[in-house]
Design a protein around this ligand. Structure first.
Ligand SMILES: Cc1cc2nc3c(=O)[nH]c(=O)nc-3n(C[C@H](O)[C@H](O)[C@H](O)COP(=O)(O)O)c2cc1C
Length: 306
């Protein structure tokens, strides 16, 4: 069973992916957060986060769009840069994205999906995988476009079994995932609410034909989750804290060197503490999240990992 680290805008940037692979490992595939076209051009930040040759098995992700010209622009750019595989995000539920005909916004529009696939077909030397969900406003929408999804040679399909309105919370729709697993002809990856090795084992047992499981927030909470699964044993708490500390320290140093000012790097580093090691005392987490200067944050982080 492969374990993929889900793309998480604001978290799984290039430096984090490299540090995670080096310090914790256990991941078969990483993804970049989605690349998009904004006012006809690429965002500098997205370009900075593209994987380089030192990153193993990291797939660039683009956001699906009702504008074929934007899809073409993103794929051509990636192809020119030498990437061989692209992941298509047809599941992002955020209203600012979906309402503008991107991400999950395509799930109610079969013609837009057809137009997008036409663009993919024009790049026969590239491989494409798909990350999607059940629908935009109806849990059956994905089934209405199964013919076109099955007809295109996607290398794999990752399914998050919710609709856009649910974003990333509420009950996971297992009945619909099981139905999807039956009709999807591509290798299938499960995604959603996996936070423990028990969850990984349960999902593998319930859906034995899966190629893999993609994990997002569960890996932000426990960065050792994938390696614990691979090694078949839980990492001792002390080791987990020490390794997390090492990762955060290096990440912070990197941010201070490369980001525009203290405010930005403090905000970026703090974001990881929204999830990291949920069993750590609330009081210590609050201190980290309240720190508004680099020195204060450093002190609060030292206490957090004691
Ligand atoms: C803050 C945040 C940012 C995300 N950014 C992306 C993204 O750039 N691309 C994407 O495909 N999914 C994105 N997602 C969705 C995750 O990849 C994943 O599908 C979702 O978190 C559910 O998996 P989990 O329950 O294992 O976290 C994001 C989710 C969150 C919470």
């Amino acid at each position: 069973m492969e374990i993929h680290f889900a793309p998480l805008q604001g978290y799984t940037d290039s430096v984090f992916r490299k540090l995670h692979a080096e310090i914790f490992g256990g991941i078969d595939k990483y993804y970049t957060p989605f690349i998009r076209v904004e006012r006809g051009d690429f965002r500098k930040k997205d370009m900075r986060e593209l994987p380089d040759e030192t990153e193993c098995n990291t797939i660039p992700q683009i956001i699906a769009s009702t504008k074929p010209e934007d899809i073409e622009k993103m794929i051509s750019m990636l192809e020119e840069k030498g990437y061989k595989e692209v992941n298509i995000n047809m599941g992002c539920p955020f209203p600012m994205i979906a309402k503008h005909g991107m991400g999950s916004g395509l799930l109610a529009d079969k013609e837009a999906v057809k137009a997008m696939i036409k663009v993919l077909e024009a790049h026969p030397s590239m491989r494409f995988s798909l990350k999607t969900r059940l629908g935009y406003d109806d849990e059956n929408q994905i089934f209405e476009m199964m013919d076109i999804i099955n007809d295109f040679p996607f290398t794999e399909v990752t399914m998050h079994p919710r609709i856009a309105k649910d974003q990333y919370s509420g009950e996971i729709n297992h009945a619909k995932f099981a139905e999807f697993a039956k009709v999807c002809k591509h290798p299938l990856i499960y995604n959603g609410d996996v936070t423990t090795t028990d969850d990984i084992n349960k999902i593998s047992t319930v859906y034995p034909t899966l190629k893999g499981i993609m994990i997002g927030r569960g890996l932000l909470m426990n960065p050792a989750l994938a390696s614990e699964h691979k090694n078949g044993e839980t990492m001792p708490d002390k080791e987990k804290r020490d390794k997390s500390k090492q990762l955060i320290k290096k990440l912070f140093a990197h941010c201070e060197e490369l980001m525009n000012g203290e405010e930005q790097s403090v905000a970026h580093v703090k974001a990881y503490f929204e999830y990291l090691l949920p069993d750590i005392e609330k009081r210590n987490r609050k201190k980290v999240l309240k720190a508004n200067k680099a020195e204060k944050l450093r002190a609060a982080i030292a206490e957090f990992f004691i």
